[in-house]
Design a binder for this molecule. Structure first.
Ligand SMILES: [Fe+2]
Length: 196
């Protein structure tokens, strides 16, 4: 028998470590909001709000994200000359030990992702869920998880890594216990077809 994986979901990883020294001080200078305790979506403790404008001197990072998006799009088989690429949102997240970010997607955008600025030892990763979980399908008991039966894929990025995925992909950050504060910069990228 031969099994073939169909409808594969890509997640792209990039080395963005050159932006760590830019990003870390932002968490001390940009005013972060306290997240209400009754938020159903997240218990992350601080959040900048989804806006690029609050981040000073963010052009180099935004340009880098656009370059990553173009590389990702090329890898998917697209032609970057057919589209305009724009960073639609860029925001800071701080997560204390034990906090979580519930399953969600960024459906209004094309690509989304996170730049991992500080990842304390034992910080958990990020879980991605297959869109196929929305289908009312047969739930099998699994002896061994493989690409053919797994609904969740966990990635464990290190500080300095930037992950990017298609915005409709559901993702979550489960709680974990660690010392210090986890920091990341989330982002959305929009692709607009050029009028040629
Ligand atoms: Fe997200």
């Amino acid at each position: 028998m031969k099994l073939t994986a169909i409808h594969v979901t890509p997640v792209a990883a990039f080395d963005a470590s050159q932006f760590i020294d830019y990003a870390n001080p932002l968490f001390d200078t940009v005013k972060l909001k306290e997240v209400p305790n009754d938020s159903y979506l997240t218990s992350l403790n601080k959040y900048s709000g989804i806006t690029c404008e609050d981040l000073p001197n963010s052009e180099p990072l935004k340009n880098f994200i656009v370059d990553c998006a173009k590389e990702f799009f090329t890898g998917l088989g697209g032609d970057v000359d057919d589209y305009d690429f724009q960073v639609a949102g860029l925001w800071l997240n701080e997560m204390a030990s034990g906090t979580y970010h519930s399953l969600h997607n960024h459906w209004a955008h094309t690509f989304s992702g996170n730049f991992y600025v500080r990842m304390p030892t034992n910080t958990g990763g990020i879980n991605f869920k297959t869109p196929l979980i929305l289908i009312n399908k047969f739930k099998m008991k699994v002896k061994e998880y493989t690409v053919f039966n797994s609904e969740t894929t966990t990635m464990n990025p290190l500080a300095g890594e930037l992950l990017m995925w298609e915005s409709h992909i559901a993702h979550e950050v489960p709680p974990s216990t660690y010392d210090g504060v986890r920091r990341g910069i989330g982002f959305d990228v929009d692709l607009t077809e050029k009028n040629t």
